[in-house]
Design a protein around this ligand. Structure first.
Ligand code: GLV
Ligand code: MN
Ligand code: MN
Length: 397
């Protein structure tokens, strides 16, 4: 067993939370490429240097702490949702740094650390690791825009003076990502650890419907081409159309809506909204896409111009059997009878990294199953249990 230092780990996790600390409880606002995110990465680079690792920013802001020679890679992301918690991503990065320190103190095995950039998809879906792994071409990523119309190439320029090239992935022998579950299962059962079996796939695209902007007092209801009403109809219809295709594990979300011009006395002429869907079966994801496109066309009819933004997506991926087995053995040692195998319904950088090397993931419970919210939290004893399980797995490899 590696001698990890729980207090040092928890203190560094709390220190990271100070960058972008917001809202009630332990909330953070640290979206990718914002001042808080960049400041956190600069701080993390110094922490890596102090830990004897060589900090390395790549052209999209992924930050690696490299040790010499071949090594395991551990980490996650340190950007957050526009309203996020202190653990989503941060946990995996600070656990990685603690284990890198512990392995150096113990004389091995060599561990490098990474904080991927824009995992939370201000621009794409797990953008930084997707570019690094070749799931998303950099020139395509550069044309993506956030919800305010800022382009990815403009945002990532903030790292131009720090950036070196992309890190050669062949120096890493495997990747472990520790994360909060972000769902209700472990919290409900009282189990302490989830060893991830596979990560679901995702599709995400913008849909745009344009009708006719007009006066909200004088335009008769039957003559309106109201973009909000079109979106409402689409949302109702899609829930019905999916019914025969989905399983209880399938999820879909309209999470961002931009209504133009968004004023009480104007019949809205245009709506741009996000449509995202996730499932463990790639065929089902494709079938859902057909239904989405057909339903949007039906709603648009003659009255609305319909267009679609770029389709972003990641395929479902299984975890590596050997690394997953190391986590399972360690979980049984640290928390006997209190762990389970489980799929991940959230996306993770591990999906992209699995193109490059063997990967595995472990979860700790989320209190109340809450995440992507300021209220996200985990009992600190559970965070330490996760750290010990990860350290145990690393020590056996
Ligand atoms: C990543 O946070 C996701 O949306 O699953
Ligand atoms: Mn995350
Ligand atoms: Mn997240």
């Amino acid at each position: 067993m590696l001698p990890v230092n729980p207090d040092r780990f928890l203190n560094s996790l709390h220190a990271l939370r100070q960058f972008g600390a917001a809202g009630i409880g332990k909330g953070v606002q640290r979206p990718a490429y914002t001042d808080a995110d960049v400041a956190a990465r600069d701080w993390l680079a110094e922490e890596m240097r102090t830990a004897g690792l060589t900090p390395h920013f790549d052209p999209v802001g992924n930050l690696f702490g490299l040790c010499e020679g071949p090594s395991l890679l551990l980490g996650s992301h340190s950007d957050s949702q526009p309203e996020g918690g202190w653990l989503d991503g941060a946990l995996g990065v600070m656990a990685a740094l603690e284990i890198a320190k512990a392995t150096q103190e113990a004389g091995g095995p060599p561990v490098s650390v990474v904080s991927f950039e824009d995992e939370e998809g201000r621009f794409g879906v797990t953008t930084g690791s997707a570019v690094w792994a070749g799931n998303l071409a950099l020139d395509k990523a550069d044309t993506l825009t956030d919800r305010d119309g800022v382009r990815f190439d403009a945002a990532r320029a903030v790292f131009a003076d720090r950036a070196e090239g992309f890190v050669d992935p062949s120096r890493f022998t495997g990747f472990f990502e520790m994360h909060i579950e972000q769902g209700p299962y472990l919290d409900t059962t009282g189990e302490k650890i989830g060893v991830v079996s596979d990560i679901v796939g995702i599709r995400d695209m913008k849909i745009i419907l344009e009708g006719q902007q007009n006066h909200a007092g004088t335009t008769p209801m039957h003559l309106r081409r109201d973009a909000f009403q079109a979106l409402a109809r689409f949302s109702t219809l899609i829930n019905e159309r999916f019914r025969n295709v989905v399983t209880p594990a399938t999820v879909w979300t309209i999470g961002h809506v931009s209504l133009h011009p968004n004023a009480s006395s104007i019949v809205p002429g245009k709506v741009t909204f996000s449509m995202q869907w996730r499932d463990g079966d790639a065929d089902r994801l494709a079938r859902m896409e057909e239904i989405i496109r057909a339903t949007a066309a039906e709603v648009a009819g003659e009255d609305f111009a319909l267009s679609f933004g770029p389709m972003l997506g990641l395929e479902p991926v299984p975890m590596d059997t050997r690394l997953r087995g190391a986590l399972a053995s360690s979980a049984e040692h640290v928390a006997p009878g209190k762990w389970r195998d489980m799929p991940s319904g959230a996306l993770h950088d591990a999906t992209n990294v699995s193109r490059l090397m063997p990967v595995a993931m472990l979860f700790v419970p989320s209190i109340g199953g809450i995440s992507h919210d300021f209220a996200e939290d985990t009992d600190e004893a559970d965070l330490v249990t996760g750290l010990e399980v990860l350290a145990g797995a690393v020590a056996t490899l």
